[in-house]
Design a protein around this ligand. Structure first.
Ligand SMILES: Cc1cc2nc3c(=O)[nH]c(=O)nc-3n(C[C@H](O)[C@H](O)[C@H](O)COP(=O)(O)O)c2cc1C
Length: 220
């Protein structure tokens, strides 16, 4: 399998930055966009349970409403694509059984063969205080950020700009998008598109600020 050169990855990661001003005239091509969505779908999760849903907000009216509850940040309406990364509010037996059924079908194995795996997952989610993070909400929330990270990384590899965003009112997002009845909660936002030529903070105008590698990474 062909692999990407380390230098290419780092170049793309140095090229990316949290885009403040998108070029409103540029749209991400559908096949490119699809691969960014797919990168998020392929993100790892605890037991593979995928405790999330990614809402791509195509409707401009909805995007305008979301901008109002996002400190009026322009990326919400101006980026080519807006994704609200939602976590599942709860994981229950029905959800685990859906996952088991899907696994059995995908791998061509019997439900019986997966019984131990099912019991293990039900044991974990049945005692949320013992989950990593000590609560169901922390457990599903933290994993949702991994999906965002995959989408951001994929975008940068593809020369697509992005801005991860937490500067919004999550309860208002839940309300605007009608998430509670779906068992979902807005967690973090990703905006994707192409930088405007005059974005004041692109890396040609504002150097990337990172602590030294030796400050951040330690071999022990
Ligand atoms: C979880 C998270 C939330 C963020 N929220 C916002 C936001 O609401 N608005 C914004 O303009 N940038 C936001 N950022 C972007 C950061 O400010 C930016 O990533 C950081 O300053 C480092 O700069 P760089 O990504 O350009 O290297 C967020 C980043 C992360 C990871």
């Amino acid at each position: 399998m062909a692999t990407v050169q380390p230098q290419s990855i780092l170049e793309q990661f140095r090229w990316r930055y949290a885009t403040k001003k998108f070029d409103t005239s540029k749209k991400i091509a559908p096949d490119l966009w699809r691969s960014i969505e797919e990168a998020a779908v392929l993100a790892p999760s605890s037991y593979g349970l995928q405790p999330w849903k990614f809402l791509v907000i195509d409707n401009p009216v909805t995007r305008a409403k979301l901008r109002e509850v996002s400190w009026n940040q322009p990326q919400i309406t101006d980026a080519s694509h807006l994704v609200v990364f939602c976590r599942r509010a709860n994981l229950d037996t029905a959800y685990v059984d859906r996952y088991i059924a899907h696994t059995a079908k995908t791998r061509g194995v019997s439900h019986e063969a997966l019984a131990g795996f099912r019991d293990m997952m039900l044991g974990s989610i049945g005692t949320p205080a013992n989950l990593p993070g000590g609560a169901m909400d922390t457990y599903t929330r933290s994993q949702t950020y991994i999906a965002l990270g995959f989408a951001l990384a994929a975008a940068s590899m593809l020369g697509v700009d992005a801005c991860p965003m937490e500067g919004f009112n999550p309860a208002a997002y839940d309300e605007v998008l009608g998430l509670a009845p779906l068992g979902l909660r807005a967690t973090v936002v990703g905006t994707f598109g192409y930088r405007a030529g005059d974005d004041a903070v692109d890396p040609t105008r504002a150097a990337k600020v990172r602590f030294a590698h030796t400050d951040v990474v330690e071999h022990v």
